[in-house]
Design a protein around this ligand. Structure first.
Ligand code: PGA
Ligand code: ZN
Length: 400
């Protein structure tokens, strides 16, 4: 397929930050676009993000000329070309956001050409058409802390995990929305609040007595629910955000890696429902990850800032037994084919795979197609509210 033109538009994500929408035109001048989310709590190894002005300049002065009249037979074909043109380790020249936008919009054009859904095109190219009919778990962030909120929680995300295996998504998402509202009412009553503050990913962002309290509250509320069998809990500690010079500032104290390990193991011991812990340690505290992972073989110990959707890092940290699961965020790596490769490597290494949104989201539903194409274990898509609802709607559409 030949791309006739590429344009970019400046749009604003759910946090009000400037980001990119990339539009490509196919041979028949049909238009396909992709909107790129942005993260606030980024890993150091993520692909470079260009500002709108920088992306516009590089697109007009370099990319368009090089792409002109070139024929690409697959998504990988286009991505390899972009990677070659960029030529840097971290996509500093073309920007991971611009590259991913072109890559996703191209995949949409290809899907239209072949008269298929986007997920089918991804599945055929990267998984050889192999589809296992499983519905991913939904990780839904209901209480926000850390970099995503202005409250006193050090832990960034307190999530409920919904298992829809016995139900369709319509029913389980309805239950999730009911639980989200009930939790909001409970917090309002408990803390005598007239209005409840919401964080970046739609979760409640008020002050709590301790970092453990949200787990306790959600666990108690779930115990009274009929649907409790299909719910569990997960954390994204995002520990890099409270780590400095070998120490973690947690719960108002400076603590060592060993102490944080004990605290998190204690959380697991005191919660029956907690099944997954993401970024429990700083992205350079390899020992912390290793020791923690060894102590909880039945839990998901998930890399995000640690692994930054980089296939080589995923493989390395998996072999070193630092993680048992991994977050996949396409804009951390910057092309569709590398994001698919990251999922494949994770699967080959026996890791749990979680396709994830960013804190600054758009209306784009690419990640849901990626999740279905790659038969992943879970999707992480925020609270069932506001701008995040489009992802829930797309889940229902693709799986029902
Ligand atoms: P971000 O963080 O999208 O703000 O970078 C989300 C996460 O850490 O999972
Ligand atoms: Zn994270």
């Amino acid at each position: 397929m030949i791309l006739e033109d590429i344009k970019i538009h400046e749009i604003f994500d759910s946090r009000g930050e400037s980001t990119l929408e990339v539009e490509v035109l196919d041979e028949k001048l049909n238009s396909f676009s992709a909107q790129i989310p942005s993260g606030k709590s980024r890993g150091k190894g993520e692909a470079a993000v260009l500002s709108f002005k920088e992306a516009e300049k590089v697109l007009n002065e370099l990319v368009k000329k090089e792409l002109f009249n070139k024929n690409f037979n697959s998504i990988k074909d286009l991505d390899d070309f972009l990677i070659g043109l960029d030529g840097t380790a971290n996509k500093e020249k073309l920007g991971g956001n611009l590259m991913l936008g072109i890559s996703v919009a191209f995949a949409r054009a290809l899907a239209r050409k072949e008269n298929k859904e986007l997920w089918q095109v991804l599945n055929e190219e990267f998984w050889g058409g192999l589809i296992i009919k499983k519905k991913p778990l939904i990780f839904s962030n209901l209480i926000n802390g850390g970099a995503h909120a202005g409250n006193n929680l050090d832990i960034q995300e307190y999530m409920v995990v919904v298992d829809s295996k016995d139900q369709d998504y319509v029913a389980s998402i309805k239950t999730l929305i009911g639980f989200y509202k009930k939790l909001g009412e409970l917090l309002k009553t408990k803390y005598k609040l007239e209005k409840i503050i919401i964080g970046d990913e739609g979760g409640y962002a008020i002050n709590f007595e301790s970092n453990f309290e949200p787990i306790k509250i959600m666990e108690e509320l779930l115990a009274a629910e009929e649907s409790k069998k299909s719910f569990s809990l997960a954390l994204d500690v995002a520990a890099s955000n409270f780590y400095k010079e070998g120490k973690y500032t947690f719960g108002g104290n400076e603590i060592s890696s060993e102490k944080l390990n004990q605290v998190l193991l204690d959380y697991l011991a005191h919660s029956n429902l907690l099944m997954s812990v993401e970024d429990p340690f700083d992205e350079e505290d390899f020992n912390g990850f290793k020791e923690f992972n060894a102590k909880c073989p039945d839990k998901w110990v998930v890399g995000d800032d640690l692994t930054v959707t980089n296939p080589e890092l995923i493989e390395k940290f998996s072999k070193e037994k630092m993680i048992s699961g991994v977050i996949i965020k396409p804009n951390q790596i910057g092309t569709v084919s590398e994001a698919c490769q990251a999922i494949r490597v994770a699967q080959e290494n026996g890791l749990k795979t979680i396709v994830s949104h960013r804190s600054g989201e758009t209306e784009d539903t690419f990640i849901i197609h990626l999740a279905k194409a790659g038969n992943v274990d879970a999707v992480k898509i925020g609270a069932p509210a506001r701008e995040r609802l489009v992802k829930f709607d797309e889940l229902i559409r693709l799986y029902n």
